[in-house]
Ligand binder design. Structure first.
Ligand SMILES: Nc1ncnc2c1ncn2[C@@H]1O[C@H](COP(=O)(O)OP(=O)(O)OP(=O)(O)O)[C@@H](O)[C@H]1O
Ligand SMILES: [Mg+2]
Length: 249
């Protein structure tokens, strides 16, 4: 469904990605963890075709998103839904209008159809009845959910989440985790979740990959990841869960 093959990228005179290969299949959730500034968001930007790799290929359903003509690139981008790290809601539009925007921009659907689709997506994320509010009037967790409703409004096949639980309290974080799981099941999407939150990674991931200094140093099931003997992976786990999270003997 989505595959990065040996992606390398220099930005600002520094090598950010150094031969990154990742794969995610339909109905599967891949989590990417790693320290701040290590290139996780840059990796997502390569996936949707917003950044062009210096080397390597990004295959979406077998098509190279950077090699196809412009019109096909648009079509391939339409396969993606993305929840941005910043939320990226437009402040002067209501929640409803924010979610409806991609449909007005990219489809020929009429007002009635758009209204129905938006209502359904707001329901899915637990925001029915909140569509008339402005971003400034809702909490951080609601903003994430509104961003999520917008990300799924055009029924994407691949969903990318950049730090879906950052800045949220643990209760809201677990609600978002559950939502990611539900969407995976209901929409049968392939998902990629970038997070610092190991609890979230273990809950939503079928696989967890760790990006460190531009390379993937681990890519394993949550259970195998937690038992990894890779020193940087151990440091990362122990920083969050303490030394009790020792690898299984
Ligand atoms: N357009 C750009 N031009 C130059 N440098 C960039 C650009 N985008 C990102 N970088 C640099 O690439 C590195 C990786 O950035 P990225 O945003 O992917 O990190 P991250 O792993 O997502 O970090 P965080 O966990 O803090 O979100 C950083 O050093 C950043 O400054
Ligand atoms: Mg980031």
């Amino acid at each position: 469904m989505l595959e990065l093959q040996n992606i390398s990228k220099d930005l600002g005179g520094k090598t950010i990605l150094d031969g990154v290969s990742l794969k995610v299949n339909r109905g599967e959730t891949l989590v990417i963890v790693g320290p701040s500034g290590t290139g996780k968001s840059v990796t997502l930007q390569h996936m949707v075709g917003l950044l062009r790799p210096d080397q390597g290929r990004v295959l979406v359903n077998g098509e190279d998103i950077h090699a196809v003509p412009g019109r096909d690139q648009e079509r391939l981008r339409g396969i993606f839904g993305m929840l941005f790290q910043s939320g990226a809601l437009i402040n002067w539009l209501t929640v409803f209008e924010n979610v409806a925007l991609p449909l007005y921009e990219k489809t020929q659907l009429g007002d009635g159809e758009i209204r129905d689709l938006v209502q359904r997506k707001l329901e899915m994320v637990g925001l029915s009845g909140q569509g008339h509010k402005y971003p400034a009037e809702i909490s951080g967790g609601m903003k994430k959910r509104a961003g999520l409703a917008r990300a799924i409004v055009h029924d994407p096949q691949i969903l990318l989440y950049d730090e879906p639980t950052s800045g949220l309290d643990p209760v809201m974080s677990r609600i978002i985790d559950r939502l990611i799981r539900e969407l995976q099941r209901e929409l049968k999407v392939a998902s990629v979740v970038v997070t610092h939150d190991l609890q979230s990674a273990v809950t939503v991931g079928d696989r967890i990959a760790m990006l460190y200094e531009g390379r993937i140093i681990e890519d394993a099931t949550p259970k195998a990841f937690m038992a990894s003997r890779q020193p940087f992976v151990r440091d990362f786990i122990e920083a969050q869960f303490g030394r009790a999270a020792a690898p299984a003997a």
